[in-house]
Design a binder for this molecule. Structure first.
Ligand SMILES: Cc1cc2nc3c(=O)[nH]c(=O)nc-3n(C[C@H](O)[C@H](O)[C@H](O)COP(=O)(O)O)c2cc1C
Length: 255
């Protein structure tokens, strides 16, 4: 069984590829479910696939797993996370988190995928060429990773980056306290009231009122609304005004 969360499609791509190549079932985490449950068969592996947010597994994913009732301890547990460049001590932190659930993390792997975080001025998307290169590289690696999962390999293979402990614990705490908010989202006149943002929000946090999106305060800044808006009409303060969009499956034309 593969459980996944994805804002902009990178993790959904990895999850669906791993599912196709391992034969494991695929299930999107429904973040609005208050009592999710899962039936695992005795030797069925459990894979968690999600993006990395501020050098850790997103808190909404941890909260979902906390609520999740599973009939038995997974016989083999793995984390496949996607990131723009590095994951810090995501695996160490997630290992501790799952041991509090009575589980044991056996395998962890990070896939470097196109960047989606644009909410602060210096943070930019990759170039179209960079996006393509990252995706090609991941496509190339997926069969090997699927094989290692099928062999129930125990290993951790991730790109930690600089200052991993500091980023996962200190930056992450500040990030959630100061930066994760939907108060800064606003919509420009280009909005055509298509409602895609409302339909795509994985937290069902957006409602259309008078033809325009309104954010309800339960946001994890996955940026699905921003990146998937067909008119690039959604913005986060002024940080996104001069930035493009990216979501998996919608690469910009080659230049
Ligand atoms: C709120 C937020 C925080 C992020 N933090 C990190 C990070 O700490 N390190 C990193 O390499 N990428 C980071 N990224 C980039 C994403 O992890 C990366 O683009 C991921 O593949 C997006 O997955 P998705 O398309 O499934 O949502 C962040 C993106 C967002 C939206």
């Amino acid at each position: 069984m593969i459980l996944f969360f994805s804002g902009c499609g990178n993790s959904e791509f990895v999850a669906s590829q791993l599912s196709a190549q391992t034969g494991d079932r695929l299930l999107r985490m429904d973040m609005t479910e208050s009592n999710p449950s899962l039936e695992l068969s005795s030797d069925e592996p459990l894979g968690i696939v999600c993006p990395v947010y501020s050098w850790a597994v997103p808190r909404i994913v941890e909260k979902y797993l906390d609520r999740l009732k599973v009939n038995q301890r997974p016989s083999y547990l793995y984390l496949a996370c996607t990131c723009g460049d590095s994951v810090g001590n995501t695996v160490e932190r997630f290992s501790k988190f799952v041991s509090a659930l009575g589980w044991k993390l056996d395998f962890a792997y990070s896939f470097v995928m196109p960047e989606t975080y644009v909410n602060l001025k210096p943070f930019k998307l990759d170039t179209s060429e960079g996006e393509r290169r990252k995706i090609d590289n991941v496509r190339h690696r997926l069969p090997e990773v699927a094989q290692r999962i099928l062999c129930r390999e125990k290993a951790v293979e991730v790109v930690k980056g600089k200052l991993p402990w500091f980023n996962t614990y200190v930056t992450n705490a500040l990030f959630y306290k100061l930066l994760i908010t939907d108060k800064k989202f606003h919509v420009a006149d280009e909005c055509i009231s298509c409602g895609l943002c409302e339909r795509n929000c994985p937290l069902h946090n957006i409602t259309m009122r008078d033809g325009h999106p309104h954010w309800g305060g339960n946001c994890t800044n996955c940026m699905s609304c921003y990146h998937r808006c067909p008119k690039n009409a959604i913005h986060f303060g002024s940080a996104t005004l001069d930035k493009g969009q990216y979501f998996f499956g919608h690469l910009k034309p080659e230049t």
